[in-house]
Design a protein around this ligand. Structure first.
Ligand code: PXL
Length: 276
């Protein structure tokens, strides 16, 4: 019998355009040689131009979907995107407490790219208090990092990513990878912080298009490289390299944003360009 590949339990909302959310995670994780277990936390109605509607799954259903699998299989990592409600967040906090040895990769999604909200202030505080203490690596963009680091908009405004990372680490997250896509800099610089402070900074050519699902791709890629046995700094480096290539090879299936091509390598692309 063939041995199963590393297995990753994914909590996310479904975006039926497969640009972001659960389908993006499944594509990324499969592309990187792992087996995804997609637990639906919410469904959205959206296309590449934006979100129309949003329905949250009942928390008991989220809990049961995950706990049946946790009993059945050896799970190498848990990856979390949109949770959708306080009740779902609590379910995840309980699971994380029950399975402390499974690395938890948390992508704090507060809103869609077009600004529709997935999390309110209460959920952001609950994320700090209930989830960060169980988080192995958090993957916010710089705006999400500042929002998590402080409730005070004035304080968020001038906050350096180093300060935001320090505070997020103090809330309990072991590592924090802060992406620089939203910063006004010519290249995109992503910084990884850990128990010893700044671990690494990688800079990437800023690509011109507007992409839907780049954050989901990056966080899922980190989960997959960790599940494949890589140590954190190397996993983060490889995940950025993979994500940059998915963006470089992105396509535009509709009238809105570009979608990262998580399977670029299967289409014979990706060898020629160098991002870093
Ligand atoms: O890209 C963040 C994201 C995550 N999950 C779902 C989404 C989005 C953005 O639209 O729809 C379900």
């Amino acid at each position: 019998m063939t041995q199963a590949p590393p297995i990753i339990l994914v909590f996310a909302g479904n975006d039926p355009s497969a640009g972001a959310g659960l389908a993006a995670d499944v594509l990324t994780i499969s592309s990187l040689g792992c087996h995804p277990l997609p637990v639906v936390t919410a469904v959205t109605v959206q296309d590449t131009t934006g979100m129309e509607d949003f329905l949250v799954m009942e928390a008991d259903w989220v809990s049961d979907q995950a706990r049946f699998l946790l009993e059945d299989m050896q799970i190498a990592a848990i990856k979390v995107g949109v949770l959708g409600s306080m009740e779902n967040l609590t379910v995840l906090a309980e699971i994380a407490a029950d399975y402390p040895d499974i690395p938890l990769i948390l992508d704090p999604v507060f809103a869609t790219g077009s600004g529709d909200e997935f999390a309110d202030d209460e959920m952001i505080s609950a994320m700090r208090e209930l989830l960060l203490p169980h988080t192995t690596i958090l993957t916010p963009n710089s705006l999400e990092a500042r929002r998590l680091a402080s409730d005070d908009p004035d304080e968020q405004d001038g906050m350096s990513v180093d300060e935001a990372a320090l505070r997020i680490r103090q809330f309990g997250s072991e590592f924090v990878l802060i992406t620089g896509t939203h910063e006004n800099t010519p290249a995109v610089s992503n910084a990884l912080f850990g128990p010893t402070g700044r671990v690494r900074v990688d800079s990437w050519e800023r690509l011109p298009a507007s992409y839907h699902g780049s954050g989901c791709t990056l966080a899922s890629a980190v989960a997959a490289f960790l599940a494949n046995g890589m140590e954190m700094s190397q996993a983060v480096r490889e995940a950025q390299d993979y994500t940059w290539h998915t963006l470089k090879n992105a396509y535009r299936p509709g009238m809105g944003q570009f979608i990262p091509d998580r399977l670029f390598w299967a289409r014979g692309k990706g060898e020629e360009e160098k991002g870093a």
